[in-house]
Write a protein that binds this ligand. Sequence first.
Ligand code: NAD
Length: 480
Amino acid sequence: MQLNETVIRNVVEEVLSRLGSNGAGVPVVAGGGYQGRFGMFTCVDEAVAAARDAFDQLSRRTMDDRKRIIDHIRRISIDQCVELGTMEMEETKIGRLEHKIEKLKVLGERTPGVEFMRSEVFSGDHGLAVIEHAPFGVIGAITPVTHSLPTITGNAVSMIAAGNTLVINPHPSGRRVAAEGVRRFNEAIYRDLGIDNLICLITEPTLETADAIFKHRDVALLCVTGGPGVARAAMRQAKRAIVAGPGNPPVVVDETADLDRAARSIIQGAAYDNNLLCISEKQVFVVDRVFDAMMAAMERAGAVRLSASEVEAFTKVAITSVGEGGRKHDVPSRDFLGKDAAVLAAGIGKTISPNVELIYGETDESNPFVPVEQMMPFLPFVRSRDVDEAIEMAYRSEHGFRHTAMIHSKNVDNMTKMGKVMDTTLFVKNGPSMAGLGLGGEGYLSFSIATPTGEGPTTPLTFTRERRCSMIDNLRILGK
Ligand code: NAD
């Protein structure tokens, strides 16, 4: 996609300045009520009340209306992806512009909507039982900085398709683009259908506002997308939480793999948005017999290899420790998280082309890049004796998150063994990680993949409760 940077910058500055310091910048209708707020709130109680009111209105509308509502969210995400994606890049300063734009477009196009809704029926001697999927009501959603507005697009489409409304606590570092997107969604929906505040957003989000959403009695369900801290916090709550938690996806390459295809796939997955995706390849275990050939294949596919001393120097600057005593642990340095490969290389005084998508190097299993979810385009490659050792190391590196794993192999026994051991929500064979979300593979798309709580890639049905309607001894038109 061709972008005129000056035009985009001007548009972004204009929109960000309109948002103002409180992130609202929208009229409040006099005389109370929340109509005209277009989802912008600083107070959790008000946001929940507005979302509750919107839920009552939505409950009286048809499925066709739900589809029309969702079509506005899709249209804005697709048609305005350049402007909103650029705004997200300018605000968060992590990832890659072309992918910020593409994520909005793809989520607008492919998030499952009302077409995913269905009912089940049991028909027998005693009549019919129909199982229908009803909304919960107001859903409290927490969204990550790695995909601020894209996660909101995906959540809003699926949650509203199921008849719910939302109150969102966005990541503070992506709050302005989140507010601008949500304001546009609500305004378009209001003008067409007369319902405002289907998606409410806390414009000045904090841990306290997140906690207030968690605990609010009118929030019926939680959906949290983020790292270990927020995943733990959500699972401690007294109400049901759908938790899309952290990952650290390993890749195994065995001696039967098509190495060039594996290299292309690993670069595509690991370099996407500078490795910010929770599903992205984070560390690679290659059997000794093809290790050197695999390193050469990576170079042929366009990645730049670091020498042993360069890997050592880069590890020192790119991984840092936080916490005290038993809670001390390694994390990626903010200077490099989500930055381009050329910025990473410059950190150790190495100049590479800005077109390079990924840098990589040989490490052993103890290098911190193996256990840490680095979220930057450097991949550690670890040599293993055989496929069994590679799978064992892959399992250890994933920490039991049960999120995502990849293998490149033509040996179905090895694939099956790894699939069983890893026990992950997504397991991709011979493709890039995103193929596991239907992007170049089969299946549907979601950016909230519920891992510890087990719902998997979320769909509208994830956000429903079952209701059964029984007709006794009648309406079955078969048999006697
Ligand atoms: P993060 O955990 O720092 O923040 C995520 C959200 O949680 C933010 O809105 C943040 O403000 C909030 N938050 C953090 N701690 C909280 C607490 N104790 N109580 C309430 N709210 C809290 O993560 P991030 O850097 O924004 O996103 C990256 C992380 O999210 C990675 O670990 C990645 O794997 C994960 N992720 C998972 C999925 C998935 O579908 N499973 C999708 C995207 C990202």
